[in-house]
Unconditional design. Sequence first.
Length: 478
Amino acid sequence: MSETNAIKTFQEKRGNFPALLRHIAARALAAALVILMLLNCIAPFRMRSVNAAATGEDEVPENFLSYIVLEQDSGQILYTQNASLTSDASLLSKLMCAVVVMEYSEEGRKILVTDSVTPKENSISRDGKFRLYAGASYTVGNLLRALLLGGADNCARALAASVNPNTEYFVTMMNQTAAKLQMKDTYFTSPDGAYSTISRTSVNDFALLYEYALKIPTVRNIIQSEFSHIWDNTAVFNLCALPFALKNTYGTSTSGGLFQSGSDSFPGTIAMNITLPQTGANDVPMKLVVVVRDSVTDEELTTLTRSLVSDSSMEFHKTRVYKAGEKIADYNVGNETLDLISSADLFMVVPADTVPSAYIQSITYSFNDDEYSASSAAVPAALKPPITENQELGSAVLLLRDGSTHTVRIAAGNTIQTDNPRFNSFLNLVEEYRALFIIIGILLAIELYIIGAVLISKIRTSLEKKRSGRLKTEAQNN
């Protein structure tokens, strides 16, 4: 009996095997899906951890080549590669420190280069070249020179402390300035460029700040100095010697730059400005801003930067597109032709041997915030007579084939008084020969005066005769 029950029980369990297997398979599949989801969520963090282990940093980018070349006045980008990718911000932090110091104002008073800074503690720069002593007095100008030309990080901290002893407050001002300049790839954590896992920038943002810094006279003059004397009769040389070598090559009068040597953990960076001489009669000097970041040796980085400047010189030229008063287009206004003229000279950078007009992709005109394309036949509502010559009408926006835009103010090239073409023609004739019509008017006035005088004289004579006759008649009657 027990044997029969055992067989029966085995048969029942064997009958449930398919259901049991299905249940186990479903549970295993669900577990696998959960594990897969967790792995996908963890993968980015794991990859970041692997990169950190390989480089010693949290988010240090790969050793990519990144550069940008732009023309300072026009803002046109001539060459660019990887310009928005994340890069080290240490060199840019020092430049931003200088910018914030020179723009800082307290109760309407700005910091002067002759102002004194007294550090509260001894310090030495990371390279061991620049020492500051507690209680000693240093001018802002000398600290800026050591900072920008020699990369003295301790001078950056001293300058920041002179503005505000709270470093976080000063860094906040740095980030606010970056936001004002629309440096979207940049975040600062220190005034001296100390390593941080969250500080970052890009070559594109570097060019934005560098271009802005050149507009600050003190900063510009320091950047464009090959060397300068600071405290204790010490001479500090600009670490970026390339611009001054190129100055001799191109004969330019304006050049300067910032330089940071590379290392095993991050690539080197060159930021420089140079003015190239004009190449043609209608051309003007190009003012280049060049920022290059690369993991190669300092010599190769310098060679690469030199080649970019050389290519820019050979492949592009800056020329005048419109001369002040030159006709840009015309519109039919009140059955009259209104010429649209440029209110100022307009220059742009075009490829060598390219006609400027052929490099313009389209032109859009704006009158009282209304836009009209160059080919539009519609007459803007804002252009209603009377319109006087040289009257400001709005602006013209030129879209170039490289994607850049240029804006120039436009004015009326002629006068349109009314909607009547014949009357306008007469008014234009009067305007054209104004002197002649003035003389004719004077002559007519004189003629009318003479005629009036003769008529008055005749009337007086007639009245006198009548009066004399009346008196004579009365005398005879008496």
